[in-house]
Design a binder for this molecule. Structure first.
Ligand SMILES: Cc1cc2nc3c(=O)[nH]c(=O)nc-3n(C[C@H](O)[C@H](O)[C@H](O)COP(=O)(O)OP(=O)(O)OC[C@H]3O[C@@H](n4cnc5c(N)ncnc54)[C@H](O)[C@@H]3O)c2cc1C
Length: 382
C-alpha cells in the first residue's frame, strides 16, 4: 500500500519475514498502520453452514491433503474464466504464492506446504484483476486472508476468499536446513514433495520426496510421527511467533469459506470415513454458499461444535513449545536438526518416569490376565 514503496520484507534470524520501513523515505502518512491486520482485528464469527465433504474425483482427492475441496472450488472459478491464487513450490522448493488461469496451473497449488509462503506481489496483482472485473479466488492462511481484505479496503463482488483451519506456519529457514540435511542427492534431483502423502493413510500421513534420476527414480518417505520436520512443526518448535497468538482464527479472517481436515469424522459420521481424506467445509457467506458445487461432492451437513471438539486449531492458537528459544539458539549456532530435535523434544525426567510406570503397569496387568486365564483353564479341565 505504501505510496513511497519504502517498506521491504526482511528475513530475521529464525527465517520469518517482517516489514522494515526505510524511515528516511517514509512520509509518515500512516497508511500502513491503517491497513495493518495486526492492529485492526475482526470479530469472531460462526459459519452459516458446515459440511463434511469428499470430492467425488478420487484422483484429485488422493493428491490433496484432506478431501480435495480446494481443487473443486478452484476449478469452478477457472471454468468461469477466473483466476486462482494459491501456493506452489519454487525452484528451490520453498513455498510461494502465484496465480493460475488453467487447471494444470491449479494442480501445483494442490496439497499443503507446511512452511510460511512468500506473498510477493500477489495482493497487488489480485487488486488489479478485481478492478478489471475478473472473477478471483484467493486462498491462504487466515491471517493472509485478513491481510488481503484490509489491503483491498473495500468489498468486491467478484472475489471469493478461502482460508483453512491453521496450526501455524513453520520457518522457511528450518525447512531449507531440513532439505540440506536430508536430501543428499541435491535439490535438483527432487521431482516433487508431498507433505500429506496418503500412502500410509490420511490419518497417519507421510512426508514424501520424489526423486528423478535418469534411470532410477525413487521416493524417500516417512510417516509424520517419525519425520523430523513434521515432529518439530507439530510440537510447535518452529512456528512463527505470531502464530502463538493468532489474530485471525475463529472466523476473524472474513473468508467466504474455511476448509480443513475433518478430524473426528470416524466418530461424528463414520460412513464418511475411509481413511482417504474427508474435508470440513465451513460456509461463512452467501457467496461461499454459491461457490460450493454440491453435485461434485459426497457430503453431509454437520454441527459446528463437532468441528471445534476434534479440531481445536479452529479457535485456539498453538502453545509455544517451552524449548522453542533453545531450538532457535542452537539452530543459529549451526547445530544439526537431528541434534536439536533430540535435545528439545526429549521427554522430561518426570514424563519418562510416567512412561516407565505405565509400561510396568501394562506388563503386570498382562501377567495377571495370563495367570487368571491359565487358572480358569485348569479349573475347567478338572
Ligand atoms: C501451514 C498450514 C497449516 C495447517 N493447519 C491445519 C490444521 O491445524 N488443521 C486443519 O484441519 N487443517 C490445517 N491445514 C489445512 C489442511 O492441511 C488442508 O490444506 C486443507 O484441509 C485443504 O485440503 P484440501 O484437500 O481441500 O485441498 P489441498 O489441495 O490440500 O489444499 C491446498 C490449499 O492450501 C493452500 N496452501 C498450501 N500450502 C500453503 C501455505 N504454506 N500457505 C498458504 N496456503 C497454502 C493452497 O494454495 C491451496 O489453497 C493447514 C494448512 C497449512 C498450509
Amino acid at each position: 500500500m505504501c505510496p513511497q514503496q519504502c517498506i521491504r520484507f526482511e528475513q530475521d534470524d529464525e527465517g520469518f519475514y517482517y516489514p522494515e520501513i526505510n524511515t528516511e523515505e517514509c512520509l509518515d502518512c500512516g497508511l500502513c498502520e491503517r491497513v495493518c491486520p495486526e492492529l485492526h482485528q475482526n470479530e469472531a464469527q460462526r459459519p452459516i453452514e458446515v459440511l463434511a465433504a469428499i470430492n467425488k474425483d478420487e484422483d484429485v482427492r488422493m493428491n490433496s491433503s484432506s478431501g480435495g475441496v480446494f481443487t473443486l472450488l478452484a476449478n469452478h472459478v477457472i471454468d468461469a474464466g477466473g483466476v486462482v491464487f494459491g501456493v506452489r513450490f519454487d525452484e528451490k522448493w520453498q513455498a510461494v504464492f502465484d496465480c493460475a488461469e488453467t487447471h494444470e496451473q491449479v494442480a501445483a497449488f494442490r496439497g499443503s506446504k507446511y512452511v510460511q509462503a512468500r506473498v510477493g506481489n500477489s495482493f497487488v496483482r489480485c487488486k488489479q484483476l478485481l478492478d478489471e472485473d475478473r472473477q478471483v479466488l484467493f486462498s491462504g492462511t487466515p491471517c493472509q486472508i485478513a491481510a488481503l481484505h484490509r489491503f483491498l479496503r473495500k468489498p468486491y463482488d467478484n472475489l471469493l476468499t478461502v482460508d483453512f483451519i491453521c496450526h501455524g506456519v513453520p520457518s522457511p529457514k528450518v525447512w531449507e536446513r531440513y532439505l540440506d540435511e536430508t536430501v543428499t542427492e541435491g535439490r535438483n534431483a527432487i521431482d516433487n514433495i508431498r507433505f500429506r502423502d496418503k500412502c500410509t493413510g490420511w490419518k497417519r500421513y507421510s512426508l514424501s520426496i520424489d526423486f528423478v534420476k535418469q534411470k532410477n527414480s525413487h521416493t524417500q518417505t516417512s510417516p509424520f510421527t517419525d519425520n523430523m520436520f513434521m515432529r518439530a512443526f507439530l510440537a510447535n518448535l518452529t512456528l512463527r511467533p505470531s502464530c502463538h497468538h493468532c489474530p485471525a482464527k475463529a472466523g476473524r479472517s472474513g473468508s467466504d469459506i474455511t476448509i480443513g481436515d475433518f478430524w473426528g469424522i470416524d466418530i461424528v459420521k463414520p460412513d464418511m470415513d475411509d481413511n482417504r481424506g474427508t474435508s470440513v467445509v465451513m460456509i461463512n457467506s452467501t457467496r461461499g454458499q454459491k461457490a460450493v458445487r454440491r453435485d461434485f461432492l459426497k457430503y453431509s451437513i454437520v454441527q459446528y461444535d463437532d468441528i471445534v471438539r476434534y479440531n481445536v486449531m479452529m479457535n485456539l492458537s498453538a502453545n509455544k513449545h517451552p524449548h522453542r528459544e533453545m531450538f532457535f539458539k542452537g539452530f543459529n549456532r549451526g547445530e544439526s536438526l537431528h541434534m536439536l530435535m533430540s535435545r528439545c523434544l526429549k521427554p522430561s525426567v518426570t514424563k519418562r518416569l510416567v512412561y516407565i510406570a505405565k509400561d510396568a503397569v501394562g506388563v503386570v496387568k498382562k501377567k495377571i490376565q495370563m495367570i487368571s486365564n491359565a487358572a480358569s483353564c485348569a479349573l475347567k479341565s478338572m
